[in-house]
Design a protein around this ligand. Sequence first.
Ligand code: ARG
Ligand code: GLU
Length: 737
Amino acid sequence: MKLSFTKSFGTLLLFIFLYSPSLYSGEGIWLPLFLKSLNEKEMKSMGMKIKAEDIYNINKGSLKDAIVQFGGGCTSEIISSQGLLLTNHHCGYGYIQSHSSVANNILRDGFWAANKGLELPCSGLTATMIVRMEDVSTEVLMNTNDDMKDSERRLIIDRNIVEVQKKIQKKNYEDVMIRSFYNGNQFFAFVTITYKDIRLVGAPPESIGKFGADTDNWVWPRHTGDFSIFRIYANSSNLPSEYSPDNIPFTPRHFLPISLDGVSKGDFTMVFGFPGRTNEYLTQEGVRQIVEEQNPVRIKIRDEALKILDKHMRADEKTKLQYSSKYAGIANAWKKWIGESQGVKQTKGLERKKTQDDEFQKRVNADPKFEKYRSIISELENSYKELQPLAIAKEYYSEGFQRNIDLYNCYARIKRLITTFEGKSEKAFDTERLKMRNDAVALFKDVNISIEKEVFKTLLEIVIKGVDPALRVPYIMDKMRLYNRNYAQYTEDLYSQSMFTNSDSLRKLSELTYNDWILKVKADPVWMFYEELNYFLTYGIQNRAGLLEDKIAGLRRTHMKALMEVFPEKRFYPDANSTLRVSYGQVDGFSPKDGMMYKTQTYLDGVMEKYIPGDYEFDVSDKLRKLYETKDYGVYAENGKMPLAFIASNHTTGGNSGSPAIDAHGNLIGLNFDRVWEGTMSDINYDKSICRNIMLDARFILFIIDKYAGAGYLIQEMKLVHPKGKRKKGKMQLGNF
Ligand code: ARG
Ligand code: GLU
């Protein structure tokens, strides 16, 4: 092409440069309600073909009607007219596990209900949909002002919320919840509807659904087939009902068609779901404390706990079974924190935050109307610094003695019993006895006390050495003096003298009358240890920390408000708070470090590269190997290869697990399940250069259902589409197109 570079062409180029989609930072966890005013134009410029009102509309079916909060912590989406629900394997894990037994281990072997009658009820599982949301800030903030004390403000807000809740129009089967946004500057009401009869329809074996387990967790390139399938059941009026054999499959207002055409680099993508928690508007000191103070303490403690568990899990099969879920839980956050701290360092995130703080300060200083904000950053900084030693001590105690120690669960359980039965009759206690006995067994089912002791002893030493001497628990320090800091001996005695450390003695304890029981409990060394710890946490730490935390919360609210006033040209999205949000971006690789480039897509070939026969993380079943060898991929393949996962620049966080990845036309193209490790800092410092979310390719899900599980009848329920016109001639076993 011949170009004559004129001035106007230069302007045009500049225009294209400024507005070209690749310049979109990718950052943002947006409210569906405001897509039209804030995002639609940009989304269209990036390739979106539908309108904002196709995404969120309360008057007619829209994408939002297919997005479902799954059991509180995850997201899921409806993919058929009969209420078929897709989510991650790790989100359905507990329910799959609860239907597993030694004789019928569906966690290991997978499960596919051959017809609706064989779908498995999941007690306690709920599916929540958003009927509508509305801004109730004016009502909730009524009678508050900027000058009042935070405690006073909170009281008024709590009262107002009760009033607003009463006034919101809703049907008797709907619920209302009110949530704070922008650090307490705005409030939205959500009318929701929660279905309670949810049944397990299908799950691949763990060797697919959890392939790569903890080693590959948070890692790209990824090959985990992290999906499972459920179904929502409703009563004959299509409304929520507890489980009943008479319930029928739920008919949704909308369900997501599934694209068979895949994605390529640069394609528009959108993730729609319930992200849990982010803190994107912290000042430099706020971020610094997380990545340089808090994370290192947590990481140091979990490093040791994980090392001990890993050693024993590798040595013994039974231990591995007992501890694998616990290990995964401890390792998940541990690995995230490591990635988060490194990412901020690598991308100079603290400098970036400093520049933002400085720019804010400059504008505030230059304009008398912002006078009231002049000291906000320094006040925040001072409060953070004052809080820091207390916050760090809290981390030591909770990581060292609570989160990673099973004994704590036992103490907490007994504590709850005391709260319930103190002052009640012997008879009430009697009725609890059977439950206590069962709990005694359940609590220790997955505990190996000698491993537990090793962990306790090791963490005890780390906590005592790490915590600020002024913030050590006097009771524990007395013991340490008595034992001459022999951590092992103290641990040995603590465990052997306590009745809390095995199911037999706990059961014996439960035989006693309430009066004898409570005498024994209160004399127990483990009871005393945790009571003293709690006492110190409350009166030695939290009485001071709490005031500072409240002060910081108030300052952060003002800072957020100030940011929005001082930078009127910027768009601000509220931090994630487990409410319905949209993120959008593009399929895109990145360079994790010098000389390296990550591609956007993985294939089944990668599973075979990682395959380690017999390994608990990387084994591959005969059946999958056979499908690979014969390339029996049906219509789901792409150029002879089976696509597996892909990455894009959608801003996501925990809670987005199971969220649909949606294409430019509103079709499902993938299932979100993770982020890349290098970019886990996106919760506090999103940076498009390394932040990517990881999605399972929809075609891989269909391939597993159809070719691996032979459950093509499920695919017949779905709507498969070819938005890119890539219809192929191929053998589709039972599909409908
Ligand atoms: N990292 C993902 C998330 O934060 C997956 C966690 C489950 N998988 C695991 N191996 N622990 O939830
Ligand atoms: N696996 C995460 C979840 O359960 C999603 C990954 C993330 O934190 O982005 O929500």
